[in-house]
Design a protein around this ligand. Structure first.
Ligand SMILES: [Zn+2]
Length: 116
């Protein structure tokens, strides 16, 4: 992911990038301000430097998110889903499972109420 893409997506600078940038900017300022670093605004050279440093400290691959083999907890069908986000094979299963859970939840709640 390049500096432009990082800017567009509003990705925060790595803490190490910020620290290193501040040290470089301070040194440059003390020694003639050759680079005339500025940060905090769109297109500022300091921001660009930090995005470059981000790529060194925290490289983000351009490849598609990793998909892993999973089993849908609703229909038991194997499917490929995102490592973290997906649980069910389809939105239909997700809805059905949620409805089922909702019913179970309400039934239990209701059952509790009936008890003395
Ligand atoms: Zn399913």
């Amino acid at each position: 992911m390049n500096a432009g893409q990082r800017w567009e997506q509003g990705i925060e600078h790595n803490a190490k990038s910020v620290e290193l940038y501040k040290r470089i900017a301070k040194l440059d300022f003390e020694q003639g301000d050759v680079f005339c670093f500025k940060s905090g605004g769109d297109g500022d050279n300091g921001e660009h430097l930090m995005y470059l440093l981000d790529q060194i400290f925290e490289p983000v691959e351009d490849t598609a998110p990793v998909r892993v083999q999973k089993i849908c907890p609703h229909c038991q069908k194997p499917f490929k889903g995102l490592a973290t986000a997906t649980r069910y094979c389809s939105s239909a299963c997700k809805t059905l499972a949620a409805r089922q859970h909702g019913r179970e939840y309400h039934r239990k709640k209701h059952h509790k109420k009936e008890r003395p």
